[in-house]
Design a protein around this ligand. Structure first.
Ligand code: AMP
Length: 402
């Protein structure tokens, strides 16, 4: 069985073609800056972990459909392809961002499902339309079934007191305003891997999972199920991120509109794209922040301090939510690779039963591992996330059950 995973962002998409028998990624790639004349396609063949790009094309890809059609022709290309015919693709797995309360499980893509997803575009105007485009073109080009796996699914188990906002209730009933959460495929994947690593049943672990990348979110997991998460109606809320501000006083938006004359859309863009680490220091990449800190850059130092502080506060609050925590899990670009952030986040947490073994924390590995001091009440794990594999597995499970 070979599964093609398509992950559409607002102006880009990633793809991975996975042989499910040995979980080998046969090829993978990225189409970026869709809709601009500086579009690019990069394509790699196994082993996709290497930096070797076997094919690159720089031109305009007018739409996601345009880019996906080009990628499909590459898959069967005599030089760069990995299959002879598209019929060798057994199934297609799509990453969906916003499934809201309609899609709380991986779902077979069919016309009725697409119409429902279209209705949800109002909640995710940048992400759902390209995802729908991807689903439509794949069902035209491929004879195999497609399955959608949503970022919001894992968080659908949150209790009402965690997902509701303290706003007039009809905002929830009329407009669907509530906490949905994001990065759910990653939180679920690392939660399951953590349970396996600890030798505990997947429905028996209590965890705090920290997905720390350019976008960051934290989830509280009780008995393997999400009970709270830091992102909300949109991915803007929660901890300080690369370019997003995270939690701020909602009155700031109105105050800024009055003081600066900016529109709500301009202010929203500022909160999403010009804030967070970038707003504080001019840099959104954590590696640049560390390099600048070493040179004594005060803006970078404050940005790093605020990033870690917001995460520590969230971990503390989720500790209170869960009562018992088996492990604190770090994943994604910063969570997996940045020992400096992990050490700063876990500093002086001994009273919570959390302490790092600094030597283990400093070691590099692509495998799941513990970086905790022995004998602490809470294990600290670094678990590489793999959203594409998680989507491919979920896709296979839906098709097996159908
Ligand atoms: P992601 O969104 O998961 O791809 O993560 C991107 C973030 O991970 C960026 O802020 C990168 O600077 C950060 N990152 C990746 N590798 C490292 C590393 N070795 N050390 C520190 N930060 C890293």
């Amino acid at each position: 069985m070979k599964v093609l995973v398509i992950n559409c962002g607002s102006s880009s998409f990633k793809y991975q073609f996975i042989n499910m028998e040995n979980r080998q990624v046969l090829c993978c790639g990225l189409v970026e800056r869709i809709g601009t004349d500086t579009g690019s396609l990069t394509h790699k063949k196994a082993p996709c972990t290497s930096d070797e790009i076997v094919f690159k094309e720089e031109r305009e890809f007018a739409t996601h459909t345009d880019g996906i059609t080009r990628v499909m022709s590459l898959l069967t290309d005599a030089e760069y392809g990995v299959i002879k015919d598209l019929s060798e693709i057994s199934a297609c797995g799509h990453r969906g961002v916003m499934g809201a309360e309609k899609f709380t499980k991986p779902t077979l893509v069919e016309p009725g499902m697409l119409a429902t997803l279209d209705d949800l575009s109002v909640l995710a105007p940048l992400h759902n339309p390209p995802t729908i485009q991807g689903m439509r073109i794949m069902s035209e080009l491929l004879p195999c079934p497609s399955v959608a796996v949503f970022d919001t699914e894992f968080h659908s188990t949150m209790p009402e007191h965690a997902y509701k906002y303290a706003l007039p209730n009809d905002l929830y009933t009329k407009y669907g305003i509530r906490r949905y959460g994001f990065h759910g495929t990653s939180h679920r994947y690392v939660a399951e891997q953590a349970a396996d690593f600890l030798g505990k049943p997947r429905d028996g672990v209590n965890l705090i999972t920290c997905h720390l990348g350019n976008g960051s979110s934290i989830s509280a997991v009780r008995d393997g199920k999400c009970v709270d998460t830091s992102m909300g109606l949109t991915p803007l809320s929660g901890v300080v991120m690369g370019t997003r501000c995270g939690d701020i006083d909602p009155a700031i938006s109105n105050y800024l509109a009055e003081r600066t004359g900016k529109t709500v859309a301009e202010i929203d863009k500022m909160f999403n794209s010009e804030s967070g680490l970038k707003g504080l220091s001019g840099m959104n990449d954590m590696r640049d922040i560390h390099a600048a800190r070493e040179k004594g850059d005060q803006g970078a130092e404050l940005a790093f301090e605020m990033f870690c502080y917001s995460i520590r506060k969230t971990i503390g609050s989720y500790y209170a939510v869960l009562g018992r925590v088996d492990a604190l899990v770090f994943t994604a670009g910063i969570g997996e690779n940045d020992d400096i952030s992990r050490a700063a986040i876990c500093k002086d947490f001994e009273s919570l039963g959390i302490a790092l073994d600094l030597e283990k924390n400093g070691q590099r590995s692509g495998e799941a591992r513990s970086i905790s001091k022995p004998g602490m009440a809470v294990d600290v794990l670094v678990i590489p996330t793999n959203e594409e594999l998680a989507i491919a597995i979920a896709t296979m499970n839906v098709l097996k059950a159908a």
